[in-house]
Design a protein. Structure first.
Lengths: 644, 114, 95, 257
């Protein structure tokens, strides 16, 4: 058994404890502890890369405490590692390393707790990605949450962080407790906590009402964490106030983790039993579209740079959900690459914003207009990252979006172009206005100005030179986004990983019966991953749209027809009514969202007649029996797959 | 009796959520969050109960006496400690919010923050 | 059907256990409602402590002594203590 | 939304959600009819495999020990978060270290309370350690023992001046002890990995008498470390809150309250 798997989670935890223990003892040599923390995060990233490559040939299962399942009943906890889960965890480790390197000189007075909290946050993410046990998933979800709450309120001197952290903590806690209720519910019927075992137990008979309710409750916490409309309100508050290195992690990987959780829970546990794949796909597609459009519109309207990047993350979360909701290997592969590309690019954008905050002391776009000219390198990196966000061809974001569009069909292309151009346009507007002084001085929105002015610099600011440790990480991240986008056979590797992720019967055989499956069964035919002309056209279209939107935003006073346009007070007021900052509203929206989703699910699955799942797919329960358990040789799954 | 415990679970969840939504005082809201979480304990232990079985401790009862499910109790134990941790953190946020804003009403907090 | 799997010194006839559990469940539901409806912070904390004790006794009826002990120590003693400390800090300004 | 709107919207949507939840709950196999294989599967093998009669602690510290590692660090992060958020800020200074009596007419603790508190510190500490060390025999474990120990320290505050409490639990020492507790648990697992065994494998000798204090290998050891960590974490949390209540006051800084 591969001993790397537990170390990947335990090493950051041990180093976090060591950093806290030696903090008071090593008052003088503070930098030693920071270095140790950064090296630990880097080591985790390297280990995860090794694991990802090694699992390409076949999933790896690791049973803690040596308690292996006996004839289908698991009594311990297991790690079930697939390339997609290891890849997401690796992205998280890379971003944590970059964020901690960035904060080497960023914070004036770094208490020892910052590194410890970042490392436990990383451990929570890695544990969440790799675990194969449903309650373990909740425990790591909670560890990641508590670390995030403490990191959001890391600067209690300011007013904003406390209020943002409160909203974040209360909303996500309610989500976590609903997820736990869902886990308890499904445990009541199947008596199992291991995902594969639950999947097999639940797949034996068509989905009854308990499975539907349990599925929705379990993904309730995950929907809130992945900021899907109408559960997304907390994200903008938490983002706008968290310290910049922390925002890198919130946007780069924490939101995507919620979506990974939904995909994992759907495919490994509930997918087979729920059946009605087309209906469920349509429900989540609608949610994804709604989130993508809402995020993009709010992003373009926002003048507070961090809050704008937060809304662009919401918009992209919607696009990832669209990719996953297509339920095809190509869609999932596209979402995976899009997540990695977006994570790198968004992290670079946040780090550059951190540099602006460090040097100029504000994130209020109107006030910063033209003041960013001396920050030449930061300006270049920010603009490149903005183009990446707008899906410029060489970037990984373009590759991912291309596959999603190829898998969904032509109807999705205009929607994604509009969303990308709005989100990219907002970022390019900031790039043009702040770093190059293009366009006219924008009018001050008093309300947002007060909010952005609140964000005093996290350090004394006003330094004349950007320290190297602050400019190198974003540059490396942008280059990495381009390199990943250009790798040749990436498509084949990620698509095979996506097929493996969606193969439920293979997952059960691997976990419960120790089979080593090298050729997972594709539920629906894998699509072409070559970059086609339409992809390039779509990518260029969205970049062009972004440039046009940025130009319009910067020069709208001079354009004849737009001169009369005043940003209507009603639009701002209505937006303010929704994004009210009152946590009571957010919980109400959570309840409304869940009630509606519950109604839709109940209607779709129960009333539409319980189509026996067997006709949809290869029944996972029966396949296990004839796939002769404990077969040492890779079990050849010779079963015809029915196209969706 | 088959269903009554689960009706109580749904009632506690509903009351807890009502408290969180209509609360005008942060500490009151955090306490209602504790009530929401306590509904998960009752559900967990209710799901694992076996009629006529003893507690899963065999120091004075023969080994293979039919016992209640110990796994849910381990999960509930983990959950109680998680509750204490999250509540302590939320209360420290509430203290800081009071020192910064001078009020504990979420409505005014949002207004003051701008 | 006496519902008894085996006779041990601790098993209670099922009829009596049902009645015990039903009353405790009703008390816990009432306790939860009371905790939420009381708006005065200090009184609410005291009610939370009572609710913790009620929950602990219910878990005893569910044959879960371990959870009873931790609910007693955490839910009925430690959390109210921490809450009262918070309220002491928060209420001081109003005097 | 205004509070009134919010109340009505919640009543409607909440009713829908609770109805949906109840609709699912009624699908359960009924109270008292636990169907699952997990519980009986563990109950069959637990005494044989771990020689522990306290099955819940055996699950918490051995079968599902990895959950408990995560949960320990949740408590560790919460204590670190409380310390981070409540630490003394630029605009605040310690008040002269007199116990809070000036602007509140609080009578100082009566000698009866001091006596009872002082007398009960000993038994409470003893009970705490007894609970932490008997995880594998009867319904007790690291958590309950640790919380009991933390309340013992609060009794010290009740029995004497707050400064006595501070001398007994200086923040730095508590930090170190808490980190040692959490790291100790994770390190036991790593020691198994170092010997080529799976993480958290119970490799210590199990002892002869099931449920004896010395039996069931690493379960007793892990419970000991968990007890330390939980006690230290809650002492830190209570200590920080006591600090806030008694010592830290906002003084000169112009920004006011």
């Amino acid at each position: 058994m591969d001993q790397l798997l537990p170390l990947v989670v335990v090493v950051p935890l041990l180093v976090a404890a060591a950093v806290t223990a030696f903090g008071p003892l090593l008052r003088s040599r503070r930098r030693l502890l920071d270095l140790a923390a950064i090296l630990a995060a880097a080591a985790v990233a390297v280990m995860l890369c090794v694991i990802m490559v090694r699992t390409a040939g076949g999933d790896q299962v690791y049973w803690f405490g040596g308690f292996r399942p006996a004839h289908g009943v698991s009594i311990g906890i297991d790690f079930e590692v697939q390339p997609i889960s290891a890849g997401l965890a690796c992205l998280a480790a890379v971003l944590v390393t970059a964020a901690m390197t960035f904060s080497w000189r960023y914070f004036e007075r770094v208490a020892t707790y910052f590194q410890a909290l970042m490392l436990t946050f990383l451990a929570g993410i890695v544990g969440f990605c790799l675990t194969g046990d449903l309650f373990d998933l909740f425990v790591w979800f909670e560890l990641m949450g508590v670390s995030a709450y403490a990191l959001t309120a890391y600067r209690p001197e300011e007013r904003g962080p406390i209020q943002g952290a409160l909203n974040f903590a209360i909303t996500n806690s309610v989500g976590a407790y609903l997820s736990l209720s869902g886990i308890a519910l499904i445990y009541g019927q199947t008596g199992a906590l291991n995902m594969a075992q639950i999947g097999v137990a639940v797949a034996k008979h068509p989905a009854d009402r308990l499975v539907v309710v349990a599925f929705l409750l379990v993904i309730a916490g995950l929907l809130i964490k992945s900021a899907i409309v109408p559960f997304h309100f907390w994200l903008a508050d938490a983002h706008a106030v968290a310290p910049t290195p922390v925002c890198v992690l919130f946007s780069g990987v924490m939101v995507e983790l919620g979506l990974y959780g939904i995909a994992r829970v759907y495919w490994s546990v509930f997918g087979q039993a729920l059946g009605h794949r087309a209906a469920i796909s349509h429900v989540f597609l609608a949610l994804g579209l709604l989130t993508a459009v809402t995020g993009a519109v709010f992003c373009f309207r926002e003048r507070h740079i961090k809050r704008m990047l937060a809304f662009s993350t919401i918009s992209h979360a919607g696009m990832f959900l669209i990719g996953i909701a297509l339920l095809t290997p190509l869609g999932l592969a596209g979402a995976a690459v899009y997540v990695i590309g977006h994570g790198l690019v968004k992290a670079a954008l946040f780090l550059c914003t951190g540099i602006v905050l460090h040097r100029l002391g504000s994130v209020n776009e109107p006030w910063l207009h033209g003041r960013g000219r001396p920050l030449r390198v930061t300006g270049v990196v920010f603009t490149l990252a903005g183009l990446g966000l707008a899906d410029l061809p060489p970037f990984a974001t373009f590759l991912g979006k291309g596959w999603i569009e190829a898998s969904a069909g032509p109807w999705l292309i205009p929607v994604l172009i509009v969303c990308s151009s709005l989100a990219g346009g907002a970022v390019l507007r900031v790039a043009g206005g702040v770093f190059y002084g293009l366009g006219d001085r924008p009018t001050e929105d008093p309300q947002m100005a007060r909010e952005a002015a609140e964000e005093t610099s996290e350090t004394a600011g006003g330094k004349n030179r950007t320290p190297l440790t602050m400019i190198v990480p974003p540059a490396i991240l942008v280059v990495a986004a381009i390199v990943i986008g250009v790798i040749g056979q990436l498509g084949h590797f990620v698509q095979a990983a996506a097929v493996r992720f969606e193969d439920e019967a293979g997952y059960d055989a691997t976990v419960l019966h120790g089979a080593h499956i090298t050729h997972p069964v594709a539920l629906s035919a894998a699509g072409p991953t070559a970059v086609t002309a339409t992809d390039v056209l779509a990518g260029l279209g969205s970049v062009l749209g972004a440039l046009i939107m940025a130009g319009l935003a910067l020069y709208w006073r001079r354009l004849p027809l737009l001169r009369a346009y005043r940003p209507s007070a009603s639009l701002a007021a209505s937006a303010r009514r929704f994004q009210s900052g009152v946590v009571n509203d957010y919980i109400t929206w959570v309840v409304i969202g869940l009630a509606c989703l519950g109604g839709v699910f109940a209607f779709v699955i129960r009333l539409a007649g319980s189509v026996p799942p067997a006709s949809d797919l290869t029944p996972r329960a029966s396949r296990i029996s004839h796939a002769s358990p404990l077969l040492p040789a890779p079990s050849h799954n010779v079963v015809t797959t029915t196209r969706l | 009796m088959q269903v009554f415990p689960f009706i109580v679970v749904a009632w506690i969840l509903a009351v807890g959520l009502y408290g969180v939504v209509t609360s005008r005082h942060l500490v009151h809201q955090i306490i209602c969050l504790i009530v929401v979480q306590s509904s998960t304990y009752v559900l967990l232990l209710g799901v694992g109960y076996v009629t006529g079985a003893v507690a899963p401790y065999f120091f004075d009862v023969p080994n293979h006496t039919p016992a209640v499910d110990p796994v849910v109790q381990a999960c509930a134990l983990t959950d109680v400690v998680v509750e204490a941790a999250v509540t302590a953190l939320l209360l420290s946020f509430a203290i800081q919010a009071y020192k910064r804003f001078g009020t504990l009403d979420p409505q005014e907090l949002a207004a003051l923050k701008g | 059907m006496n519902g008894l799997a085996v006779q041990t010194p601790y098993t209670v006839p099922v009829g009596m256990m049902d009645a015990l559990q039903i009353t405790l469940l009703v008390l816990v539901a009432a306790g939860a409602t009371a905790v939420v409806l009381i708006r005065a912070p200090v009184r609410q904390v005291l009610m939370l402590s009572t609710y913790g004790v009620l929950l602990a006794v219910l878990f005893l009826a569910f044959q879960a002594p371990d959870v009873t002990l931790s609910e007693l120590t955490v839910g009925a003693v430690l959390l109210p203590a921490v809450l009262l400390l918070t309220l002491a800090k928060v209420r001081k300004k109003e005097q | 939304m205004t509070p009134r709107q919010r109340r009505w919207i919640f009543l409607v949507a909440g009713a829908g959600l609770v109805a949906f939840y109840l609709w699912g709950l009624l699908g359960l196999p009924g109270f008292g009819r636990y169907p699952g294989p997990y519980g009986p599967a563990i109950l069959r093998v637990v005494v044989a495999q771990t020689n522990a009669t306290g099955v819940v602690s055996a699950i918490n510290f051995d079968y599902r020990g990895f959950d408990t590692v995560g949960e320990e660090f949740i408590l560790f992060v919460a204590a670190a978060g409380v310390a981070t958020v409540l630490r003394r800020l630029r605009g605040e200074r310690d008040r002269p270290a007199v116990d809070e009596a000036a602007d509140r007419d609080v009578p100082d603790t009566s000698s009866a309370v001091r006596m009872v508190a002082l007398l009960s510190v000993g038994p409470v500490v003893l009970a705490g350690w007894w609970l932490a060390s008997h995880a594998q025999t009867n319904p007790s474990g690291g958590f309950q023992g640790g919380v009991m120990l933390a309340t013992a320290f609060v009794l010290i505050y009740l029995s004497g001046e707050f400064l006595v409490f501070k001398r007994f639990s200086p923040v730095d020492l508590t930090d170190v002890v808490e980190a040692v507790g959490a790291a100790g648990f994770a390190a036991i697992g790593v020691s198994a990995v170092a010997m080529g065994l799976p993480y958290l494998k119970n490799y210590l000798p199990l002892g002869q008498v099931p449920g004896a204090v010395s039996s069931s290998g690493t379960i007793a050891l892990i419970s000991f470390f968990v007890g330390i960590e939980v006690a230290a974490a809650f002492i830190l949390i209570v200590g920080e809150l006591l600090d806030q209540t008694l010592l830290i006051r906002r003084y000169s800084s112009g920004r006011g309250g």
